[in-house]
Design a protein around this ligand. Structure first.
Ligand SMILES: *Cc1c(COP(=O)(O)O)cnc(C)c1O
Length: 461
């Protein structure tokens, strides 16, 4: 188990699988998460990599994790097609703003960073199904942005149906419409009567019902799917190179606004591979279970609070288990014991600390102040998720190590937060402005495993 293209489960009870099978499996069959057998050491390649345009870099970074599941020509075509839908020539441009550098990850079809992975995932699924002639039914739970990005990634694709649960009335009107205005026959929006965590709980339960999962050929689009993490590793390299070019610095710090620990786990892999990143700064809103964990060693579930950064209103981070695996010395038995404890008591504790990750929480007040200050002083409009990151990042600035902040969404997706911060409606995007006029389709369901399974059953027949 020493190849980056061979995958195992954090709980150690799933046989090793190829990249192709890992993608189709989503959550591991033992309830754990899949991880690559090794992190390739890429330091000798950095000098060549720093000159590559985004899509070419994506191919190089992902290559070792894919092995012979895709041939070179196919991988190149998938990557090119996935990033051709982005509206900026650099795909993920980096701009200097006041004391930080911002990498804009929101130039894809739904204006959030999740497009970076889900455009690729959609094309990859289509390719893998085309090879085998099989059908695949994707099931996801969203706090807002995952759903629309997943739908944009697979709408209209042959042999794929997509079912997306969102918490009824708890995503922004724009986020809701980015999903429900997609009327392709293979897209099914489910508004469930509960919170995002309820959706995630139902999702886990459906995937853990193995006979059901197999019978209905269910696949995952949530960041439990390894491809989501894999595609996101790329921009950590890309953006760190751009900041190095601009500043001449050896290493950068990277601040990541976090909910499910997916995006920041990609950063952790990049760091472990040898990207020029000194440390990661994890930023949460008031739903600060992850920030508390990194500051105290205790991972303890609290109630979900609604904030102005709804895509981070999460208390149980589905990707945390991937990190936990490394933190407990790569021992599946230790992961099992801790996750079991967390499942019954809502809390777990790990001794020690990790010098690679610092963490803080940005309150709604601080976030609003950051939006106002960056707009007034630097003429730059932060979306509320990015602003959580920037507010936290400012506490961790170092003189000789530039701070790179991930901009995870376009501000036009969250006009209410912008209006509240600035007193004016300056966050506009033509793609958003058109949404309110369009017809929608959506089904409201109770937040139960049975209701969702019944809907899938009836739809697929
Ligand atoms: C999903 C999302 C996040 C959180 O990403 P995770 O991978 O869940 O940590 C942050 N900001 C925006 C805009 C998002 O859509």
């Amino acid at each position: 188990m020493c190849s980056p293209a061979v995958y195992f489960s954090t709980r150690g009870r799933t046989r090793e699988v190829s990249f192709r099978d890992a993608v189709l499996m989503g959550l591991a069959t033992d309830g754990g998460l899949l991880l690559p057998g090794a992190f390739p050491a890429v330091q000798p390649l950095l000098e060549r990599w720093r000159h590559l345009p985004y899509a070419a870099l994506a191919r190089e970074v992902m290559r070792p994790f894919i092995g012979d599941s895709l041939d070179e020509r196919v991988l190149t075509a998938l990557v090119e097609r996935s990033y051709a839908t982005f509206s900026h020539p650099d795909i993920c441009p980096v701009v200097a703003v006041g004391p930080v550098h911002v990498v804009e990850l929101f130039h894809g079809p739904t204006l959030a960073f999740k497009d970076v992975a889900l455009q690729f995932l959609g094309n990859l699924f289509e390719h893998l199904l085309g090879e085998s002639g099989a059908a695949l039914n994707l099931l996801g739970a969203t706090s807002g942005d995952t759903g629309s990005a997943a739908i944009a990634g697979v709408r209209g694709k042959a042999n794929i149906q997509v079912f997306i649960m969102h918490p009824h009335g708890k995503v922004s009107p724009i986020q809701e419409r980015q999903m429900t205005t997609v009327l392709d026959a293979n897209v099914h929006n489910l508004a469930i009567q509960g919170t995002f965590d309820d959706g995630q709980r139902v999702l886990k339960a459906v995937f853990n019902d193995l006979p059901f999962k197999e019978r209905y050929r269910l696949g995952a689009v949530n960041s439990v799917n390894w491809v989501r993490v894999l595609a996101q590793i790329v921009y950590y390299f890309y953006a760190a190179f751009r900041v190095q070019e601009r500043t001449g610095c050896r290493q950068v710090q990277v601040c990541v606004p976090t909910g499910n620990f997916g995006d920041i786990f990609a950063g952790y892999v990049a760091l472990r591979m040898g990207a020029p990143i000194s440390r990661l700064i994890l930023a949460t809103n008031e739903n600060d279970i992850l920030a508390r964990f990194f500051n105290t060693g205790v991972y303890s579930q609290g109630p979900v609070q609604q904030t102005t950064s709804p895509s981070m209103d999460i208390q149980v981070a589905s990707n945390f288990e991937r990190y936990l695996y490394y933190r407990v010395g790569a021992e599946p038995a230790a992961v099992c014991a801790l996750m079991e404890r967390f499942g019954t008591s809502g809390t777990l504790a790990v001794p020690g600390s990790d010098p690679d990750v610092a963490a803080g929480r940005g309150t709604t007040t601080e976030t609003t102040a950051a939006i106002r200050r960056y707009y007034r002083e630097y003429g730059y409009l932060l979306d509320p998720h990015t602003a959580v990151g920037v507010a936290v990042a400012e506490r961790f600035l170092r003189r000789d190590e530039p701070m790179l902040c991930l901009a995870t969404a376009h501000p036009a997706k969250f006009p209410a937060a912008i209006q509240a911060a600035l007193g004016e409606d300056v966050a506009r995007h033509p793609r958003i402005d058109g949404l309110l006029e369009l017809p929608t389709r959506c089904t409201v369901l109770p937040a139960t495993t049975a209701a969702v399974q019944e809907f899938v059953r009836q739809t697929l027949g």
